[in-house]
Design a protein around this ligand. Structure first.
Ligand code: UD1
Length: 347
């Protein structure tokens, strides 16, 4: 069987890096298809270079669009690329994006064994496109790898325990690998600062909400480094919103550089799923601008906090650092667990 990962967005290049390294170490052939959901080079090809991912089997170049058209174009694209090899494939998908959901639908409609990595997460908010993607993908997958015990419990609650395994989090593998080699220590700053990212449609698509967020950010008596997702930059320009004086705008940056900034920062303010975890790995306080999170364990320990009422932001951002830090994301060997399992099951 051929192992093929389907990816297409920034966080998925990072996840692919962890898993493809483990396939190489095991001497197992593995390729990937890029849906092209993200097409700006600093959200896509720059990560291919950073992680030496090599060429994709195909790039479907689907780009932006409504959720329906993005999903449909990925289904069509996979049909064209894989029509002659469907019988020999095991497909691996990651996380909760439209690329993940479309690839999972393709695999299940073609009887292709499907593996979901970063499975079992639930925010409880079905208005989030990612939550629907997670539920759909988990229920059509053959093998589910949960990054946390809580995610494993969610799968059991949905009668999926018989095909679910705890692996730990593959992005924690990457964090440990790079951190042990000192790759995240290349930034020092005399000035205190926070790392800030924002891209969820619930925060970006409403002008009032965006204005409120930036007003509260300007109340933080501290420099804020914003790494601007293209979605945010485009919408801010459409809404004619100016950045507050304490915010420094930077383009999205490499994984290593972003983590270097996180490690040197006072904390992280974000609505990203991945960055909530990376703040936790780095033992930095994270403040999440959402009403709920799928990474619930990070809230229990106090390392992460949710803020929706933006007036509370300054107080929450400057809360005390917790005294304990539990290994909720495993021990940095999630990719190995996953690859060993796949080899046993499919070769
Ligand atoms: C997607 C994922 C989200 C993930 C995020 C990481 C879905 C539903 N959402 O959100 O879960 O956390 O990626 O970044 O799959 N755009 C560009 N250039 C690009 C990509 C996007 O300008 O390379 C702009 C376009 O205006 C586009 C908008 O961003 O319409 C939204 O892009 P899309 O890929 O649909 O979702 P993300 O917000 O990036």
């Amino acid at each position: 069987m051929d192992f093929i990962s389907v990816i297409g967005t920034r966080p998925q290049y990072i996840k692919l890096a962890a898993v493809s390294r483990e396939f190489s170490t095991a001497g197992i052939q593995h390729g990937y298809i890029d849906t092209g959901q993200h097409y700006d080079s600093n959200l896509s090809s720059s990560f291919v270079d950073e992680f030496s991912l090599g060429s994709a089997i195909a790039n479907l170049s689907v780009g932006s669009g409504s959720h329906a058209s993005q999903t449909a174009r990925i289904l069509n694209g996979l049909d064209e690329v894989l029509q002659r090899s469907k019988e020999r494939i095991v497909m691996i998908v990651y996380g909760d994006t439209n690329s993940t959901c479309a690839a999972a639908l393709f695999a299940s409609k073609n009887n292709i064994p499907l593996v979901h990595v970063e499975s079992g997460l639930r925010s409880g908010n079905k208005r989030m496109p990612e939550e629907l993607n997670r539920i759909i993908v988990d229920h059509v997958s053959d093998l589910l790898f949960a990054p946390t015990q809580n995610a494993l419990g969610n799968l059991a609650n949905e009668n999926l325990a018989h095909r679910s395994y705890f692996s730990g989090d593959i992005t924690y593998d990457l964090f440990c690998f790079n951190n042990n080699r000192g790759f995240y220590n290349n930034y020092t700053s005399k000035e205190k600062f926070y790392v800030f990212t924002l891209h969820r449609d619930s925060n970006t698509n409403n002008k009032e909400r965006l204005l409120t967020i930036f007003r509260s950010i300007s109340d933080l008596n501290c420099k804020v480094m914003l790494f601007g997702h293209p979605r945010l930059i485009k919408i801010m320009s459409e809404f004619k919103i100016d950045l507050p004086a304490n915010v420094e705008l930077n383009p999205p940056t490499s994984h290593r550089e972003l983590l270097s900034f996180v490690k040197a920062s006072e904390g992280v303010i974000t609505d990203s799923g991945g960055l909530q975890k990376e703040a936790y790995f780095s033992k930095k306080l994270c403040t999440t601008l959402r009403t709920e999170t799928e990474w619930v364990e990070t809230l229990e320990s106090g390392w992460n906090a949710l803020v929706h009422n933006m007036e509370l932001l300054p107080d929450i951002v400057t809360r005390d650092v917790p005294s304990t830090h539990e290994p909720i994301f495993g021990v940095g060997n999630a990719s190995r667990i996953i690859v060993e399992h796949l080899v046993k099951e499919y070769t």
